[in-house]
Design a protein around this ligand. Structure first.
Ligand SMILES: [Ca+2]
Length: 181
C-alpha cells in the first residue's frame, strides 16, 4: 500500500506547483492466502497445480471443494514460488506458514518446507515436521510453522513454500503465508 500525499503550494502568480510525496507505511504484513479453489485456473506465484484435487467421496475439504494432495506420485504439494524482492523490498527475518492438514495414516516424513535458493542452488532449506500435528488421523488439523531466516539472503533469491509427503497420501488446504521483517 502506498499513500500519496499531495501538497498544494501557492505561488505569487496564477500557477500552482504540485509536490507529491510518497509515504510508505512501515512493515505492513502481507499475508498470502490460498484456499486452492482457483488453483486450476492458475494463480500467479503458485505452481504444481497437478496436485490440486477434490477430496475423496465422503470427506469434506477444509474450505470449498479443492485441496492439494501429496501421494506416491507427487511427493511435493501445490507450492508458492516467488522472488523475494517481488514480495517485499525488505528481506524477511522469518516466514510463517499456516494451514490445515488431513492425513489418513501416520507419516514421519510429512512436513512443510521453506526453500530459498539462488538460481536453483539452495541457500536455506528448512522442514517443519507435521508428525505430531497428525497424531489424530482422518481429521483436519491446523498447523502453524515459523521459519527463521538465519542465512544471508538477497532480494533476487527465490522462495518456495510447499508440503512434502514422503510418498504417503495426505491433504492440505488453506495455506496462509506471512512474513516478519
Ligand atoms: Ca479449499
Amino acid at each position: 500500500m502506498v499513500v500519496t500525499v499531495v501538497l498544494l503550494v501557492g505561488c505569487s502568480n496564477n500557477n500552482q506547483n504540485q509536490v507529491t510525496t510518497e509515504v510508505k507505511p512501515d512493515a505492513v504484513p502481507a499475508v498470502i492466502a490460498n484456499d486452492m479453489e482457483n488453483a486450476l485456473s492458475g494463480v500467479p506465484s503458485w505452481i504444481n497445480e497437478a496436485t490440486v484435487v477434490k477430496m475423496p467421496d465422503g470427506i469434506k475439504a477444509h474450505s470449498g471443494e479443492f485441496v492439494t494432495r501429496v501421494n506416491q506420485e507427487n511427493v511435493y504439494s501445490y507450492a508458492f514460488r516467488e522472488t523475494l524482492s517481488n514480495i517485499n523490498p525488505k528481506l524477511p527475518a522469518a516466514v510463517i506458514v499456516k494451514g490445515f492438514v488431513y492425513s489418513p495414516e501416520p507419516n514421519t516424513a510429512l512436513s512443510i518446507i521453506v526453500d530459498i535458493n539462488e538460481e536453483g542452488n539452495s541457500v536455506l532449506w528448512k522442514a517443519y515436521s507435521l508428525t505430531d500435528v497428525i497424531a489424530d488421523l482422518n481429521q483436519w488439523k491446523e498447523f502453524s510453522a515459523r521459519f527463521t531466516i538465519d542465512q544471508p539472503v538477497k532480494p533476487e533469491h527465490q522462495l518456495k513454500v510447499f508440503a512434502f509427503g514422503g510418498k504417503k497420501t495426505a491433504y492440505f488446504d488453506d495455506f496462509d503465508i506471512s512474513f516478519e521483517y
